[in-house]
Structure formats: structure tokens, C-alpha cells
Design a protein. Structure first.
Length: 415
């Protein structure tokens, strides 16, 4: 047995997290995380914080669903809880138009696969009961696409990402909900990238019975705190009939941890989960800040600043193919085509954290999560423009500044 190497203390530099997420955590959230006392996880103030988080989360999501709470972990944890209701052999239609809805599709195939199907291909089962509707990269899932698929396949479940960050496309949640209602299908929605960024109430979409999001994007909290989920009574009733082959991520058992038992809020939780007082404190503060800002106001801010960024990179000769408001996905100017990964790596080496797309075609992704200030957007534009120049590209700097000045000047004039 060799002696363990004692490495020096880890120093992580400050970066601009200008990708699809995680976003730049608010300093007030970090302060609450670091400032929580060394309390045990059953301390009265920690339990009170959980109760308050539960109620604030219902306000943020716009729902009366009692089964609305946070799952310890990242968005993947929340999604795993939501998809746990899918049973082997269940008929499911999954809509895929990017990397992350594609991973959701794999989750669904693993859940719906029979024992034989799973054994035949454990890492990529081809469940006969699952239909994957592939929509080309750069295109949105429309209500017409959903309607046609549900009419043809009559599934028990249908699943879709609301905002697909792999391609930067917003999918038609109204059309999805309406089609699910019409065909008696239970909708499941990946709202990892839309919650806290777009102004919507989940109760306005009655065809959707399960929602899952994450703490580190629109909520602007730390990863590995609590991933928001929400389930209708119909979803819970179905789960009570079928059960699920999971313990740690069982939607009903998880709810008990948050003091939700038999469809009602109770004084104390009964399901044991050794959680973190620090995570509760951070999540609580992130929800407070979001409600103080107002979801509608924050959504308006994202739309406004994304438009400024889009106008600037377009003036550089880039083509924007996305329609999200927290993220733009773009192709570089023609004379730099094919150098997207090189440019991203160059930026990241300078602590400017933009991202490539994770599947073909390779594009550049620039995000503005929790970066809703003019001077920050101008800094992002300056850094991105410098990276283009560093790689030998050229553009009209005056045209870029004019685009930004015009956009922000119009806002000042309107005040």
C-alpha cells in the first residue's frame, strides 16, 4: 500500500459562467450557504426552512399541487424522480430535439424496458413500448408534431423538454399539454432550463402531470442543493396503483421528507433523508430572491438582455439559431466555420466559460443566467469579440457597439 499523495489546497479561480448552466450563483445565496450554523439536519430552524421552501416553490412554479418539493441533487435527480413512475412495458412517446431531451429519452427507454429488453442491451435498451419522435437539431417541437404522434400511438405517457439547451430551442408547451389532454395521455415535462427564466404557471397546463427542474439555472442556486419537482394528484394516484422500482427517488417517499403525507401538508416529515442545513439555507435564499424580483420581471430581463447579446453577435457575422432567452446558440462567421470548438476552448482557457453544443452540428453556446446587467453583457460581447480576433477573425467593431448602444439606448429613452 502506497502513501496517499497530499495535494496542495485546491484554488478555483473566479470565472464568468456564460454557458447553458450552472449560472453565476448570487452572492447572497453563497453567503447563506457559508453562513449557516453547524446545526444538525433536524434542527428546528432547518425544518422550518424546509417548510418555507416548499411554500415558496409552489409560488415560483405557479401551482396548487401539494406534491411540490425539492429533490436533493441536480436536475438529473429531479428528472429521475419524475420518470420513476414509468413502468416496464408502459407505452411512452418521447420528443427529442437536442442533447438533453435525448438523455431523457434514454432514461425513458431504461424505465420502460422489460427485463428481457434491458438484459439484451443494458446501457441502451430498445424498449418496444417507447416511441422516440426525433425533431431535427435547431427546430422546435410543435403542437402539431405532438398531436400527430399521440393520435397515432395512444401512449400512457408523453415526455418533452420545455426548453432544450442542447440546441437552444423552446418547445410548444401549450400544444403539448392540449394534445395530452385530448388523448388521455399523462404529460411529463423537463423544465430544467425554463423554470425561473420564462414567466409561466404550471397549473395552466393541465395535460402535464409531472414537472422536474434544477436548482442551478433559473432558480440561481448552487448545484447539489434541491431540484424542484411537482406532481398532480392524478400522477400520485397512478403511482399508488403501480408502485415503482426505486427507493431513494420514490416521489411519494421523497414527499414525506418534506412533510407531505397522504396528499396533505403535515407538521413534520417522516421519511429519513440526511440532508444539508447549508443546502436548505442556500435554496431558501435563492427562492426568496426570485420571489422578491418577481418571475415576470426576471423573465422580462432575460428577454431584454438576450436580445442585446443576439444583436451584438449578429453584427459580428454570427448566425443565431436559438430562441431561448437565457442562452444563444450560434454559428461562427463563414470564414471561421469549423473552428467552434477551438474558439470555445480558447475562451475557457481565459476563465470565460462559454460552451459548445454537445452533439452535432458543433455550435457555440453563450448563456446569461443571472447576468442581467448591461455592463456584464457588454463584457461578454467584448470577450467574445476578442476571442474571434485572437483566432484571426475580423468584424466591424463600430457596428457591434452601435447594436448595443441602440438596444440599451432605446431602453433608457423609454424610461
Amino acid at each position: 500500500m502506497t502513501d496517499a499523495t497530499l495535494f496542495p489546497q485546491l484554488e478555483i479561480p473566479e470565472t464568468i459562467a456564460a454557458g447553458p448552466g450552472p449560472g453565476n450563483t448570487d452572492g447572497r445565496v453563497l453567503a447563506r450557504f457559508a453562513g449557516a450554523g453547524l446545526a444538525d439536519h433536524m434542527h428546528g430552524d432547518v425544518l422550518r426552512g424546509m417548510v418555507e421552501c416548499k411554500h415558496m416553490l409552489r409560488a415560483v412554479m405557479g401551482t396548487d399541487n401539494v406534491h411540490t418539493y425539492g429533490v436533493a441533487g441536480t436536475g438529473w435527480s429531479g428528472l429521475d424522480v419524475m420518470f420513476s413512475a414509468v413502468q416496464p412495458g408502459d407505452r411512452v412517446v418521447m420528443f427529442v430535439n437536442g442533447t438533453f431531451s435525448g438523455i431523457d429519452g434514454l432514461t425513458v427507454r431504461m424505465r420502460a424496458a422489460t427485463s428481457e429488453e434491458l438484459a439484451a442491451n443494458p446501457m441502451d435498451p430498445q424498449a418496444a413500448s417507447v416511441t422516440i419522435i426525433d425533431v431535427p437539431h435547431g427546430q422546435s417541437v410543435t403542437g402539431e408534431i405532438v398531436e400527430a404522434a399521440l393520435a397515432a400511438h395512444k401512449p400512457k405517457w408523453a415526455a418533452m423538454a420545455h426548453w432544450e439547451t442542447g440546441s437552444g430551442r423552446v418547445n410548444d408547451i401549450r400544444g403539448f399539454s392540449d394534445a395530452c389532454e385530448k388523448h388521455g395521455t399523462m404529460g411529463l415535462v423537463d423544465a430544467v432550463s425554463s423554470l425561473g427564466v420564462e414567466d409561466f404557471r404550471i397549473d395552466d397546463f393541465p395535460g402535464v402531470h409531472g414537472w422536474a427542474s434544477c436548482p442551478q439555472k433559473g432558480i440561481c442556486c448552487l448545484p447539489l442543493t434541491y431540484a424542484p419537482v411537482s406532481f398532480t394528484d392524478h400522477y400520485i394516484a397512478e403511482l399508488l396503483k403501480t408502485g415503482t422500482r426505486t427507493f431513494a427517488h420514490h416521489p411519494i417517499l421523497e414527499a414525506r421528507h418534506w412533510g407531505i403525507i397522504d396528499g396533505k401538508d403535515v407538521e413534520k416529515g417522516t421519511y429519513h433523508r440526511t440532508h444539508s442545513a447549508y443546502a436548505v439555507s442556500a435554496f431558501h435564499e435563492a427562492l426568496r430572491i426570485l420571489l422578491q424580483d418577481g418571475v415576470a420581471r426576471r423573465a422580462k430581463g432575460y428577454a431584454f438582455h438576450e436580445a442585446a447579446l443576439k444583436s451584438a453577435v449578429t453584427a459580428m457575422g454570427c448566425e443565431v439559431t436559438s430562441n431561448m432567452t437565457s442562452l444563444i446558440v450560434l454559428n461562427l462567421p463563414r470564414d471561421m466555420a469549423g473552428r467552434e470548438m477551438e474558439l470555445v476552448q480558447h475562451c475557457r482557457a481565459q476563465n470565460f466559460g462559454i460552451w459548445p453544443t454537445l452533439s452535432a452540428p458543433v455550435q457555440v453556446r453563450i448563456g446569461i443566467l443571472n447576468l442581467l446587467q448591461e455592463h456584464v453583457i457588454r463584457d461578454i460581447v467584448a470577450r467574445f469579440g476578442q476571442a474571434i480576433r485572437d483566432l484571426g477573425g475580423q468584424f466591424d467593431e463600430q457596428a457591434v457597439q452601435h447594436a448595443l448602444d441602440t438596444h440599451y439606448g432605446q431602453a433608457i429613452a423609454a424610461e
